[in-house]
Write a new protein. Structure first.
Length: 183
């Protein structure tokens, strides 16, 4: 999958909206004022063909980002291959500027917890996240941009503060994973 110059376009500030069907008319009639539209990828996995086609048409008119919320990249267990395949097919079909996903924990022991959760910041989740990012890059053709999970507490069992944990993941992950670090 060839993405539309993601590294260059992520540096500048832009004004965007999250896609919701009830906002479609407003978004489409004001594309001249919107720099980017974020679409939740998971909402399109089982969507009808015409809905996916509408997002592909939108992507041809403005920058679209497919944002995932169900991969569980920061887990110490492998990402489900089925979800990676769905993400890859959707990226190929829609042609987004780039795709993104959370560094989150979403399942364990075969159970979906139904929520993006900050995992313990440990060596195991660093290794698991790096391996999952490589799996994601291999399946989709580009590594996702990653987003942390906003939390007011350190997850129980953490050995690292958040910035050190994220930097260790980025250092261990695929080379094409964009990252911004303080100078």
């Amino acid at each position: 999958m060839k993405f539309k110059n993601a590294r260059e376009n992520t540096i500048q500030d832009r004004v965007g909206l999250g896609w919701r069907p009830e906002l479609a008319v407003g978004i489409l009639s004001h594309l001249d004022r919107i720099d980017v539209v974020e679409v939740i990828a998971d909402d399109l996995f089982e969507a009808p063909r015409d809905e996916r086609r509408a997002i592909r048409t939108l992507s041809a008119q403005t920058a679209v980002v497919l944002h995932g919320v169900s991969l569980g990249l920061a887990s110490s267990v492998p990402v489900e291959a089925k979800l990676l395949e769905k993400t890859a097919r959707l990226c190929e079909e829609v042609g987004p500027e780039y795709w993104s996903e959370h560094l989150a924990f979403v399942r364990g022991g075969g159970l979906e917890i139904g929520h993006l959760t900050a995992p313990p910041r440990t060596d195991a989740t660093i290794e698991g996240a790096a391996a999952n990012l490589e799996r994601a890059r291999a399946a989709v053709g580009a590594a996702p941009l990653v987003e942390n999970i906003a939390t007011l507490i350190d997850p129980p069992g953490s050995d690292y503060v958040e910035i050190d944990w994220i930097n260790k993941i980025i250092d261990a992950a695929p080379a094409d994973l964009p990252a911004a670090r303080p100078a």
